[in-house]
Design a binder for this molecule. Structure first.
Ligand SMILES: Nc1ncnc2c1ncn2[C@@H]1O[C@H](COP(=O)(O)OP(=O)(O)O)[C@@H](O)[C@H]1O
Ligand SMILES: [Mg+2]
Length: 243
């Protein structure tokens, strides 16, 4: 479904992503892990068109999307969430999602249909659909759900979830993991899930890819990756990430 081929990104002289290659198969949940600063969010920014790679190509469903702008990439069927939610604070919860539904699909012309899709997305993530609810009422977990609803409202085939469950308690983390699982099984959406904390992610994903200093250091089944000496070394001393 997605083919990332030798993609690199440098900021000035600093290589944030260094010749990373991998593919995502239709229907799978691929986990993307690695320590803070290892290039996970940058990789998402490269796939979704926020940044242009300094090298390499990205193909989605056979099409070269490497130099397409973010809105085109979204219209083709890739949605992403942001690690740091930035909703329109003066708009209601529902209005936030109506906007993403409306502008996330270039074939959509009806506000009523955008609203239907927004309500559906809010229901999927378990947020209220009534028009009056304000964004200000949401805590950390709610804001992450809103981020997910905005992405889902564009009706993607591939979801890039920059979840970062930091700030959530254990139960909230488990709920977030369950939700991604349901999004795949009920909506048939293929998912790449970025997460710093390994424990919760490992239970949900089919395969894992590990980044360190912008390079791919491991890829495979969760069990194999979790016992890979290189991966253990990278995560050693970081008990929070292993939890
Ligand atoms: N816009 C940017 N300008 C300069 N450096 C950046 C920029 N975005 C990310 N970086 C750097 O690239 C590296 C990878 O960052 P990031 O992809 O956010 O890591 P992760 O998501 O794995 O924590 C970090 O060292 C970060 O400081
Ligand atoms: Mg990140």
């Amino acid at each position: 479904m997605l083919l990332v081929d030798s993609v690199s990104k440098s900021f000035g002289g600093f290589l944030a992503v260094n010749q990373v290659s991998f593919e995502v198969k239709q229907g799978e949940i691929l986990g993307l892990i690695g320590p803070n600063g290892s290039g996970k969010s940058t990789l998402f920014n490269l796939i979704s068109g926020t940044y242009k790679p300094t090298g390499g190509t990205v193909r989605f469903e056979q099409r070269d999307i490497t130099n397409l702008p973010p809105d085109r990439i979204c219209h083709l069927g890739i949605a992403r969430t942001f690690q740091i939610p930035r909703p329109f604070k003066k708009l209601s919860l529902l209005e936030n999602v109506v906007l993403s539904a409306y502008f996330g699909d270039d074939a959509l012309r009806s506000e009523a249909e955008a609203r239907r899709r927004a309500e559906q997305a809010l229901e999927t993530v378990g947020l209220p659909t009534d028009a009056g609810v304000s964004v200000q009422s949401l805590g950390a977990a709610g804001l992450k759900k809103l981020e997910l609803a905005r992405a889902l409202s564009t009706q993607p085939r591939l979801l890039l979830a920059d979840e970062s469950l930091g700030g959530l308690d254990h139960q909230e983390m488990e709920q977030a993991a369950d939700m991604l699982h349901r999004i795949r099984s009920d909506l048939g959406i293929t998912i790449v899930w970025v997460e710093h904390i390994m424990g919760v992610l490992m239970k949900v994903v089919d395969r894992v890819l590990v980044l360190d200093y912008g390079e791919k250091i491991a890829e495979g089944l969760p069990q194999a990756v979790a016992t890979d000496p290189k991966v253990i070394e990278v995560y050693l001393g970081d008990q929070i990430a292993l939890a």
